[in-house]
Design a protein around this ligand. Structure first.
Ligand SMILES: O=C(O)CCC(=O)C(=O)O
Length: 281
């Protein structure tokens, strides 16, 4: 994996972190997963006044632990009690890559910005693309609004497929003059960010994803009604969740288990890990 790149305090970007064979191995591992569409809310966590029942804008898959949207992952305050369900480990190549990124990050980030015991044990895989709507039109869903990643310490992001226009912004809601820094996230690139400014104070967002190279992933997102979602970018964000916050599914309170049992059942179709977990539930 190539090492040279530009560094500004709190931010590291390497446009060509992965090379061809490594990229292929990583994509092959990712294509073994079958992502799901999650709802933001559930029976025990209904929409607050003024909000509505809705699903995430894109399918996701989690490794290490699964932080379900309906358990409050996307909503501050970012409480950690019963939010992180123990999930599948990283596959072999991904784990090797993650060790490399951890070493790199520890060299780059000041000690104070790396919590004791920090290691990248969690991966959120986001599938960016377009969805066929009920009128038969393709709707671009490849965006993420302003947010911060609440997990402690540095976060690392690997991009695959079409380029994404990525921004760090101050304040909320979005306002063009609030952009602090912006850049393309290229195919095969690595971005790492840490510290008070980039990790804790600023928000980040994906403004748009290009559609130039006709990237196609075997995302398993066709259903019985056909091919209704096209993924053109996959992003992996690696984070650190303190191990004491990661809880086995059968230790979750019943109402929280019931909220996500349909997802666990769907995941069980293709994953031995979730099959075992479902059979014990
Ligand atoms: O897709 C990206 O580049 C960023 C994803 C992100 O912000 C997140 O997963 O929190």
């Amino acid at each position: 994996m190539k090492k040279a790149s530009k560094v500004i305090p709190g931010l590291y970007y390497n446009k060509a972190y992965l090379n061809g064979p490594n990229t292929e191995r990583l994509i092959q591992e990712i294509e073994s997963f079958h992502p799901i569409w999650e709802e933001r809310f559930s029976k025990s966590n209904p929409p607050p006044v003024g909000d509505t029942w809705r699903s995430l804008k894109r399918p996701v898959y989690w490794l290490g632990n699964w932080q379900f949207a309906c358990h409050g992952y996307y909503h501050p305050p970012h409480q950690t009690d019963f939010r992180c369900v123990k999930a599948e480990p990283f596959p072999t190549f991904m784990q090797t890559m993650v060790h490399d990124i951890e070493k790199l990050t520890k060299r780059l980030a000041p000690k104070d910005d790396v919590p004791k015991d920090w290691h990248l044990n969690t991966c959120l895989i986001n599938y960016y693309g377009s969805k066929l709507n009920t009128e038969g039109k393709w709707e671009d869903q490849a965006q993420v609004g302003d947010h911060r990643d609440a997990e402690p310490g540095p976060v690392a992001s690997i991009s695959l497929g079409e380029r994404a226009w990525f921004q760090y912004v101050k304040g909320k809601p979005s306002d063009p003059s609030n952009v602090v820094t912006e850049q393309w996230l290229d195919h095969q690139s690595l971005l790492v960010f840490w510290g008070k400014r980039f990790k804790d104070d600023l928000f980040h967002r994906v403004q748009r994803v290009e559609n130039k190279h006709k990237f196609k992933f075997n995302d398993h997102l066709h259903d019985e009604l056909g091919d209704r979602y096209h993924t053109r970018r996959i992003n992996l964000t690696f984070r650190y969740v303190p191990v004491e916050d990661i809880v086995e599914f059968d230790k979750f309170p019943k109402e929280k288990r019931d909220d996500v049992l349909p997802y666990v059942q769907t995941l069980a179709t293709y994953s031995k890990f979730f099959r075992d977990l479902y059979s014990k539930s």
